[in-house]
Design a protein around this ligand. Structure first.
Ligand SMILES: Nc1nc2c(ncn2[C@@H]2O[C@H](COP(=O)(O)OP(=O)(O)O)[C@@H](O)[C@H]2O)c(=O)[nH]1
Ligand SMILES: [Mg+2]
Length: 202
């Protein structure tokens, strides 16, 4: 994908703060420190558009980025970081569910998983929301560079067995080697095109 422009638009915590344009949105979500910012930066060929941080759980805002003037990438705050204060953790669920349930711009969600980790409660809650609100999704296994090819395949099979997703719909990805970047762009474009001629989700 040729990236002509990638710009930060704004941060939000509630619907009145979301951008008012009708630009189609693709949202990215995953556990804190999973590699979400690195994945977004890799997709758009920018070193630090979505800030990567070695301190997980810092970004508790919904961040909107406009890509090539035609699609918005929405960086949703990560879940599952134990050292986040309880008051912050309690707000995460309602903030994310409000966005997923009510945002008509939303065309699909990219769920990001660490290829080395077995999916847990955070992933199950998210999978339930995506099913419940009929939101199309793409699942990505990132940090694939950390495993050998045979271990990548074994983990892919294992993770597919834990979630409502088939093995061939899991994309292996690495922000370090750019593995899977074109494949993920293709999947994102399929989501955007598939929905172009269809009525809104609700
Ligand atoms: N080896 C490797 N490290 C990665 C990859 N993606 C992210 N990381 C590292 O994982 C840490 C967390 O990444 P970040 O993108 O900030 O995660 P976020 O909290 O989900 O946004 C950083 O130290 C990154 O350098 C990857 O594909 N391969
Ligand atoms: Mg991040």
């Amino acid at each position: 994908m040729l990236i002509k422009s990638a710009d930060f638009i704004k941060s939000a915590v509630k619907p009145s703060q979301y951008p008012s344009s009708g630009t189609p949105e693709i949202a990215f979500i995953g556990r804190s420190n999973v590699g979400k910012s690195s994945l977004i930066n890799t997709l758009v060929n920018r070193k630090r558009l979505a800030r990567t941080s070695s301190t997980p759980g810092r970004t508790q805002l919904i961040n909107f980025f406009l890509i090539n003037e035609v699609v918005s990438f929405v960086d949703l705050p990560g879940y599952g970081y134990a050292r986040v204060p309880e008051s912050v953790r309690k707000k995460w669920g309602p903030m994310i569910e409000t966005y997923l349930a009510g945002r008509s711009n939303l065309k699909g969600v990219v769920t990001i998983l660490d290829i080395r980790r077995t999916p847990g409660p955070g992933e199950f809650v998210l999978a339930d929301w995506l099913t419940h609100y009929h939101i199309p999704s793409i699942a990505v296994l990132t940090k694939a560079d950390k495993l050998s090819r045979s271990k990548q395949q074994a983990q892919k099979r294992h993770i597919a067995g834990c979630l409502p997703v088939s093995e061939e719909n899991l994309i292996l990805f690495s922000a370090k080697t750019r593995m899977g970047s074109e494949k993920l762009w293709q999947a994102i474009q399929n989501l955007l095109e598939r929905q172009a001629g269809e009525p809104p989700r609700r």
